[in-house]
Write a protein that binds this ligand. Sequence first.
Ligand code: PMP
Length: 287
Amino acid sequence: MNIAYYNGKKINNLNQISIYNASFLYGINCFEGIRGYWNPEIAKMNLLDSDKHFERLDNSISHLRFNYNFNIKDLKIELHDILYAEKIEENVYIRITIFVDGETSWSEQESISRIISIRSISSRLCLKNSITMCFSNYRRISNNSMPPSVKAGANYLNSRYALLDAIGKGYDGAIFISQDGFISESTGSCIFFIKNNVLYTPNLESDILASITRERIIIIAKKLGIITIEKFINPDSIRDYDSAFLVGTMIELQQISQIDNYQLDLDNPVFLQISLAFEKYVYGFEI
Ligand code: PMP
């Protein structure tokens, strides 16, 4: 499945944006990616933490100074109407993009449009595979240049540089260091470390996107009696940690086997406990 609605109307031609559109030319847009987990046992779609995604989208719209009169409440209703009309009964990835439309400049504030696209996606939560990472030489964008807390399309140029550089060096992914020299996040996900059954993750001041999955993992861990410490983490300290994993809407949970030449343990019992609980949570079960 691959469908899209442009300002509330279903479109069949997915390539109909103007070539002079500032979102296309300069990446002047913000967006959210929301996973919908279909639970066949109770025939119900769980839009994972969607209220949080809408809240963050609202914040991004304000930061980009889009004068957008279509409010978040209406957007939520529109998404629910689309899911109902399309009778979707599978795991999906929903992307809501708010962008400068028409033949406009990068400073345009008024000509704002929305696209909601929905496509099939499978969950990889049951797979316990792992990836290798390196610290990137590209520093994370920061609050005084391009705030990483805004989920803006153009921010991903920073991610692109780092990821392609890492792949070129033979790694699967990159971890950013912040402008202040602390571990920040990966190119599209946040990072957790484990030491002696305690979770550690870079704090919100480490130039990270305030990840909704990160927040959910902290809540789930607390329910399981696992403490999370949010702090500045020095890249030189990674050898103190036993294990590490990435979290994000797209990546879900992903173990890291190696950072630069430091090997990390896989299948840490804390990781396994959290990923089991998270898998239940995404399908709408109590944990
Ligand atoms: N950091 C970055 C840079 C991201 O692009 C994402 C993906 N949205 C995340 C972290 C994870 O955020 P979330 O859990 O809200 O998807």
